[in-house]
Design a protein around this ligand. Structure first.
Ligand SMILES: Cc1cc2nc3c(=O)[nH]c(=O)nc-3n(C[C@H](O)[C@H](O)[C@H](O)COP(=O)(O)O)c2cc1C
Length: 194
């Protein structure tokens, strides 16, 4: 089946995160984001993409800070409340019944109940006509001890990070499962077999 380029959001699952910010005046904001990715391994930068008309973007420009919160399956309703188009003076954490979590380095709070938190500072903005690429530097990274260990990484079967899949009638929330296969990073460096 040949798809239209605009259906690109329907060909792969995307992560769902909640980005928290505060305005210069101190109003907290939370909004779901899917255009978000770490920039190469092992760098400490992340990339998020924002339409121009976003309180999140305004707040990042005002304060130079944001937090990427990774919500769990079960938080879909709160995520969708945060997606509503509230005016900038509305605190979306209150609207969605989300509990703030003090951040270690930045002023913007994280969100309790999420499974990981990346506190970021604005590194660079790349402006396009209709949207902005924001490169952030991760200045503090933390994960819930219940789902994360130094040796095993995230137990995502237990943690259940939330993803989404686009479709003709909107989006559906989905979650990753283990395929039973994996390999070490070092295997990418080995010579191909002759
Ligand atoms: C799952 C999901 C992912 C989203 N991803 C993005 C995104 O990557 N970039 C963006 O600009 N808006 C995205 N949005 C839309 C914003 O979350 C939405 O417009 C929100 O109201 C923006 O809030 P704000 O104005 O308080 O920043 C997404 C919405 C949902 C539900």
């Amino acid at each position: 089946m040949i798809l239209k380029p605009s259906q690109r959001g329907q060909i792969m699952p995307l992560p769902v995160v909640l980005i928290t910010t505060v305005s210069q005046g101190g109003v907290r904001n939370a909004a779901p984001w899917s255009c978000v990715t770490p920039v190469l391994r092992p760098l400490d930068e992340v990339l998020i993409v924002s339409w121009l008309k976003r309180d999140t973007l305004d707040n990042i420009r005002q304060t130079g800070e944001f937090v990427i919160n990774v919500p769990r399956v079960g938080m879909e309703e709160a995520v969708m409340i945060c997606a509503r188009n509230y005016p900038p003076e509305v605190d979306e954490l209150v609207e969605a019944g989300l509990e703030p979590r003090p951040s270690a380095v930045v002023r913007a709070p994280g969100i309790e109940g999420c499974l990981a938190w990346a506190e970021c500072t604005l590194e660079e903005e790349i402006a396009r006509d209709r949207y902005v690429l924001i490169i952030g530097r991760v200045v503090h990274l933390e994960a819930d001890d219940r789902f994360f260990s130094e040796t095993e990484g995230m137990d995502y079967e237990q943690a259940c990070p939330l993803c989404s899949m686009g479709g003709p009638n909107g989006m559906q929330f989905v979650r990753p499962v283990f395929t039973g296969k994996g390999d070490r990073y070092a295997s990418m460096l080995s010579e191909p077999k002759k």
